[in-house]
Design a protein around this ligand. Sequence first.
Ligand SMILES: O=C(O)CCC(=O)C(=O)O
Ligand SMILES: [Fe+2]
Length: 200
Amino acid sequence: MMDAIVDGLADRGWLVVPGLLTLAQVRALREQAQAQWAAGEFRAAGIGRGQGLNVNESIRGDQVQWLEQAESGALADYQAFMEAVRVNLNRALYLGLFEFEAHFAVYAPGAFYRAHLDNFRGTSARIVTAILYLNEDWQTADGGQLRLYTTGEEGGEYVDLLPEAGQWILFDSARFWHEVLPARRERFSLTGWLRTRSKD
Ligand SMILES: O=C(O)CCC(=O)C(=O)O
Ligand SMILES: [Fe+2]
């Protein structure tokens, strides 16, 4: 598993693993996200960093809840998995990854995220993006696909990935443009970044 992840990132720059966690683990994560969402703990996601951070719903309409390190349960299991990914990527590819930061995200019906790079022109400490989807029985008609531009250019060839429960995607944050097409039902995910120590 770890070898396939390291090789996928090194050779192609992105990979998809369907069914990374068990359905029970995915459900536990979604229930945690839904409870926090219902409790009003999510906030409109911003664009940019630090003082330049601003909310612009014509670019992205999701709401997010940043995560602390969990002590136990499905979130702790996933964080432990990401720690193993971090260590293996550092060992094999010398990426100098220092930590994993992550948030739950929810896209209400109609929400989208326009094409972007998570690490624009290398200005961010985000090196590798990891997204875990939490939605059961997601249909193409539900929209909300992650459109990943596989040539590394906005508007080039792409793959559309459904945000189906347990599907996990990893990609080079500075290389792959991507967008979230408008969702037609509530769409939950756990999005995170393996970061270096420097910059933001
Ligand atoms: O949820 C997704 O599929 C992608 C989210 C995203 O691109 C981001 O939060 O930067
Ligand atoms: Fe992104």
